[in-house]
Design a protein around this ligand. Structure first.
Ligand SMILES: O=C(O)CCC(=O)C(=O)O
Ligand SMILES: [Mn+2]
Length: 200
């Protein structure tokens, strides 16, 4: 494992070894069997290119009513618990933080991307966000505290963990594109990104 720092972003490359990634995918399948992926729309009604679900006390929802955290999946079922291995990883990489209350699950097919944005729907922005990449590689762009300006990009690979704390917590970031067929972890390809968050 190597830890890289790009601006205030801390990138733990290969945090999860291949066997641990496979176990994680297995526990995510259980989560998704209870809380299936859905395609969110932006408040303006445009479908987002990623499909989403969540685990934990809260899941992040976007629909015509806006962006917010909700205690249940759109079907009404409560979000399943966050897999233990993710809680253990969180406690190791951000030992001073409160435990995560949300594990947002983003599923990218080979054409999906995520525009530059800040994560700021959480009540306490002093708490970090930690992301896990699984499956195909993704070009992650890191920007500034305000929109625009120079950015730096890095390819995130399966098993990588990104800690967004300090200035990186409020920095713009996004996914430009996925590199199809760059991993064999997921039998049908694509990428899963998990973001662990403290919501309240
Ligand atoms: O997919 C990623 O690596 C980043 C996801 C992200 O920024 C988010 O879900 O807010
Ligand atoms: Mn984000």
């Amino acid at each position: 494992m190597t830890v890289l720092r790009v601006r205030d972003f801390e990138i733990h490359q290969s945090y999860f070894a291949p066997e641990a990634q496979a176990r994680l995918v297995h526990s995510l399948r259980e989560v998704l069997s209870k809380a299936p992926l859905f395609q969110p729309v932006t408040p303006r009604g445009t479908p987002m290119s990623v499909r989403m679900s969540a685990a934990g006390d809260y899941g992040w929802i976007s629909d015509r009513k806006g962006y917010r955290y909700e205690p249940a999946h759109p079907s009404g079922v409560p979000w399943p618990p966050i897999p233990e291995s993710l809680i253990a990883m969180w406690r190791e990489v951000v030992p001073d933080a409160r435990d995560p209350e949300c594990c947002l699950i983003n599923w990218y097919d080979e054409t999906a991307k995520m525009g530059m944005h800040q994560d700021r729907d959480e009540a306490d922005l002093t708490q970090p966000v930690v992301s896990v990449s699984l499956g195909d590689e993704a070009l992650f762009r890191m920007g500034n505290l305000t929109r625009g300006g120079k950015t730096e990009s890095i390819w995130l690979r399966s098993g990588d963990v990104v800690v967004m704390d300090g200035d990186a917590r409020r920095a713009y970031h996004g996914i430009d594109r996925i590199r199809p067929n760059s991993s064999t972890l997921l039998p049908n390809g694509g990428r899963i990104n998990l973001t662990l968050r403290v919501v309240t």
